[in-house]
Design a protein around this ligand. Structure first.
Ligand SMILES: O=C(O)CCC(=O)C(=O)O
Ligand SMILES: [Fe+2]
Length: 307
């Protein structure tokens, strides 16, 4: 396969692309400062316990049209970035489009009330949205998240999109960096929680099985980087984070970007043609009940999954 941009080599082979500090750092810092002025992150995010238990609501608690802090902001420093535009055009076709963009906040334990800590204890997806005051649900809040594929949110949708992730903070190993598992897109979409068994002496090796007879030994990779660093990955690439051990947040931007539906074959189609598995699933996860509440405990990335 002949490609214009060498940077896309790793996407072809490993399902992700590391862009380095591609986004204007000053603009990222300004955006971060703005986000931080919109609320008291440390003391005012969470509902009162009584209010939550009066009407527990687990779905519809993430940013959506009409409730998204990024709506109305000028993000041309990202969306018109020429490097990003060139790479995304080659991968997805020139008329790619943004499905959703949002701010993600990794919340430190210190900010979370004790009753919420008990609710999310050992959950595979500790999305805090249910416990956040409605006005502040224009951001997604996590306290770590187990290894998953972003297609988890898109049942019955083909793998026709990528995730673009941009750090607005400097992120070192202790700031809850993202972990990705390069090459893990190769079995296509598999059901969450995934079959991942630690392998070897260090904590990098994982034996990944598609539960349909295929397995592969893969190495985890840690995405550390300074403000403005960006990556994008295939919708079936496994990734996650451990909760931050520090008392500060980690704020990032996350875009879902889809290939133009009717354009002729693009690079993503080629990558998909090499996938040995399903490109879409009817049921992407088995951890939630019909109210959207988690019914599973145990978290692979933190080493306390039930086996
Ligand atoms: O920022 C994080 O901690 C993980 C976010 C993530 O993987 C997602 O939103 O899909
Ligand atoms: Fe994700």
């Amino acid at each position: 396969m002949k490609i214009k941009y060498d940077k896309l080599d790793t996407f072809l082979e490993q399902g992700y692309c590391s862009l380095g500090e591609v986004v204007n750092q000053q603009k990222c810092k300004e955006l971060l400062e703005f986000i931080k002025t919109t609320r008291d992150f440390e003391r005012d995010l969470f509902l009162e316990k009584e209010d939550f238990y009066a009407h527990p609501q687990y779905t519809g608690v993430n940013p959506c049209p009409g409730r998204n802090i990024l709506e109305g902001l000028d993000l041309s420093f990202i969306e018109q970035n020429t490097v990003l535009q060139s790479l995304l055009s080659e991968l997805l076709g020139e008329e790619y489009s943004v499905v959703i963009k949002k701010v993600i906040c990794g919340v430190p334990k210190k900010w979370i009330p004790d009753w919420v800590i008990s609710e999310i204890d050992k959950l595979p997806v500790p999305n805090l949205g249910a416990f956040i005051k409605p006005d502040y649900r224009d951001i997604t809040y996590f306290h770590g998240i187990d290894f998953h594929q972003d297609i988890i949110d898109y049942k019955n949708r083909p793998s026709d999109f990528i995730t673009l992730y941009i750090y607005l903070d400097d992120v070192s190993e202790v700031d809850s960096p993202l972990f990705i598992i390069p090459g893990s897109h190769i079995f296509g979409a598999t059901t969450f929680p995934h079959s991942l068994i630690p392998h070897g002496d260090n904590s990098n090796g994982w034996l990944y099985s598609d539960r349909r007879g295929k397995s592969k030994l893969l190495q985890r990779h840690i995405l550390t980087g300074s403000v403005g660093s960006a990556w994008f990955w295939h919708s079936c690439l496994l990734h996650g984070t451990q909760p931050t051990k520090l008392s500060q947040s980690r704020i990032s931007l996350r875009y879902i970007i889809e290939r133009y539906k009717s354009s002729s074959s693009v690079l993503l189609d080629y990558v998909n043609s090499n996938i040995d598995g399903h490109l879409s699933l009817e049921n992407t996860r088995i951890d939630l009940n019909e109210d959207g509440k988690s019914i599973l405990r145990g978290n692979i990335i933190n080493g306390n999954a039930k086996t």
